[in-house]
Design a protein around this ligand. Sequence first.
Ligand SMILES: [Fe+2]
Ligand SMILES: [Fe+2]
Length: 135
Amino acid sequence: MPHIIWEEKYSVNIKMIDEQHKRLFEIFGNIFDRMGKKDDREALGVDVWELARYATGHFDAEELLLSEYYFPGYEQHKKEHEVFRSKVAIFQRDLEKDKTTLSIDIVHFLMSWLSHHILTVDKEYSAFLNEKGIR
Ligand SMILES: [Fe+2]
Ligand SMILES: [Fe+2]
């Protein structure tokens, strides 16, 4: 199972956001660990629920910050987050229907979505917000 680890290259140079991204990586790590063990279905469900809850909170916090400072790419950024939000919802539904094997693809999708999103889309607001004094 792959293990996603936060590295300096993921830093957006804003402490609160970096901390939230680290936590998201940690939750993904837990999910991958659980997926390796077939008997841990209930705990896996809890972790996925936590991923959905925490990711939603993180997106809300990011969107609030971007709108507060009138970031020009706000609308597009918000749309990107919707992709993740709806995929997590599908994942949760699959788990309820007991389709774990199919869900592995979804976890891979979500994980690569997150690292790609941070490295490309999130990085776009770094300099903009740093200039406004947000660090
Ligand atoms: Fe984002
Ligand atoms: Fe983010």
